[in-house]
Design a binder for this molecule. Sequence first.
Ligand code: TMP
Ligand code: ASP
Length: 238
Amino acid sequence: MEKKEMLYEGKAKRVYATEDPEKLIVSYKDDATAFNGQKKGTIVGKGVINNQMSNRLMQRLEKNGVPTHYLQELSQRETLVKRVSIVPLEVIIRNIAAGSFSKRYGVEEGVVFDQPTFEFSYKNDALGDPLLNTSHALALKLATEEELAAIRSMALRINGLLREFWSGCGVTLVDFKLEFGRLSDGTIVLADEISPDTCRLWDAKTGEKLDKDRFRRDMGGVEDAYAEVMKRLMEHDD
Ligand code: TMP
Ligand code: ASP
């Protein structure tokens, strides 16, 4: 399948049309941003790792009955996906306090929750992706009640599957962000990516950060951390 015109360029990916109106090609860049695009940089090799990691995780989720946009890996950086219209919500699941949760509620990073938390942000760069609840999402007509219920139950199921998988790789899944989309028949599927850009991944033994927080917080060793989680995933993947 060949790339045709570019439909969209985001902070980390480009999306291209193909000859099939139901299929798109996603191309992963090495560009990294943080804090709503205020911090910019490059993580060399990130596009390759995020593409391959996201595809392997989505295939694993599909095997476990979670519908995703994934169709076929075309090259190191490019993947064929089902065309969706993205539900403009960032769906965030947390197992351990970190990041904006720790800041907002004054909780030390690393506090383990009895149950995962679930939250939405409004995917809107101009507004800085504000936190919102289900009634706000309904008022803004971002999704229907049925869609929000489906998204919630899929996100919690994905958390269970990914936690177990990462745990087998010696990695703790602290939190992550998902995006969902609608196929042309309205079915909700998992879209976007699952990668160290969108997850907090800590070494299970040492607590070392193996994700984009190393870039956000200027910790150094960003490329090595991405390579390390990719290596662990490849060793464990069947
Ligand atoms: P947060 O603690 O900054 O709210 O982030 C929660 C999770 O969501 C974390 O794993 C990083 C991910 N995330 C994104 O993928 N994109 C974003 O724009 C933000 C703010 C967070
Ligand atoms: N994707 C977000 C941005 O560019 C940042 C993040 O992942 O923290 O601003």
